[in-house]
Design a binder for this molecule. Structure first.
Ligand SMILES: [Zn+2]
Length: 368
């Protein structure tokens, strides 16, 4: 079974471009990145098909359909379109990498998480997994019969993304993507086993270790590891809010019936996740909303207006998101100034008036 890799858009369809400010051009970069990714995958023993439309006269629709047809007609085990993002005319700073998937496809979650972690290891800000079925109705995710993982490497117009991409080079990015696909984590020596997360009971083998952690990826948060999923372990989990029990391959096994944080949002060292915000919105009575790590209209609706005088974990989340030095959960003049600066930086067209108040438009920008 083959893997189909696609490099952004054909030359007759416009991809993202920020060459006017010395930034990246999506079509140019993806047409370099795609063959490099294919090389790495072939070296890893994979059968690969290029799903990039050749030079020709493509409309937006036929251009997109070319890739999903390649994947579907070849019964590909995986379809990976590679893209570069753009949100502003210009942006001073880092925005980072994101990956679009169908969140109900466990394999897509696993592969997407690994690719994101590898890109983060190169230095890109990890924006997490995004729901391509829901919010943006992405053709590549919706029309692909098999597993699809759409990679947005970084933002064409973000000064730090541009610098970083040029410094590490296309081949390192291609390797990060290829390693994520075949199951290696670039920064780790041991390969991680690719096992789709199943909701059926996990069979217990004698060497099974159960770990009580905040998320699978946050090994440092581990409180205890045991050979069996004992009543004591479950009781300890119940007592520690935000903790879950994971088995040896990172499947959340307790509590059951809850979406595993680790597999939905790659909880990595830098990640200030949407799942954390969603959990806090529920705690504070703005929900109930699903704690699934995916930002959509329901999460946005639940976000309250936050301004000077507010205190608590939502303010703390904002302070982390704005990369403030003091993250004390107190919305004082410093936080107000940081919000104001952020609003100015991303533009009043996007957030309405820059006023230091986190209202709906500012939330939408912060969560994007
Ligand atoms: Zn694109």
């Amino acid at each position: 079974m083959s893997i189909v890799i696609r490099g952004g858009h054909s030359t007759s369809c416009n991809g993202a471009s920020a060459t006017n400010i010395g930034g990246l051009d999506e079509t140019t970069e993806t047409h370099i990145l795609c063959p490099l990714t294919i090389n790495h995958l072939k070296r890893a023993g994979e059968e690969v098909i290029d799903g990039t439309p050749p030079t020709g006269n493509w409309s937006q629709n036929t251009d997109l359909k070319y890739g999903t047809d390649k994947a579907n007609n070849n019964h590909a085990k995986l379809f990976v379109p590679e893209h570069f993002n753009k949100a502003y005319n210009s942006y001073n700073g880092a925005i980072g990498s994101e990956i679009w998937i169908n969140p109900k496809n466990a394999e897509a979650v696993v592969i997407g998480t690994r690719i994101l972690n590898n890109l983060e290891a190169l230095g890109f800000r990890n924006r997490g997994l995004k729901d391509g079925m829901n919010e943006h109705h992405l053709h590549d995710i919706r029309s692909c019969v098999g597993t699809a993982v759409l990679v947005e490497v970084c933002f064409c117009e973000a000064s730090e993304d541009i610098k970083l991409y040029r410094r590490v080079g296309a081949d390192a990015v291609a390797k990060a993507i290829s390693d994520g696909i075949v199951g290696r984590i670039s920064s780790m020596s041991n390969p991680i086993v690719l096992t789709p997360i199943s909701t059926s009971p996990v069979s217990v083998v004698s060497t099974q270790m159960y770990r009580l952690r905040k998320s699978w990826a946050e090994g440092g948060s581990q409180l205890v590891a045991t050979a069996t999923l004992s009543a004591d372990m479950k009781a300890m989990c119940d007592k520690n809010a935000g903790y879950e029990v994971y088995n040896a391959i990172g499947q959340q096994v307790y509590p059951t019936g809850v979406v595993a944080k680790a597999t939905v949002v790659p909880a990595t060292r830098n990640n200030n996740s949407v799942a954390q915000l969603q959990a806090e919105l529920n705690v504070q009575g703005f929900g109930p909303i699903a704690v699934d790590g995916f930002y959509g209209p329901k999460t946005l609706d639940a976000c309250p207006m936050v301004k000077e005088g507010a205190t608590g974990n939502i303010t703390k989340w904002l302070q982390k998101r704005l990369a403030m030095n003091l993250q004390d959960g107190i919305f004082g003049s410093g936080t107000k100034a940081a919000v104001f600066a952020y609003q100015k930086a991303i533009g009043e067209k996007t957030v309405g008036r820059a006023d230091g108040i986190v209202g709906r438009l500012t939330w939408a920008a912060l969560l994007r």
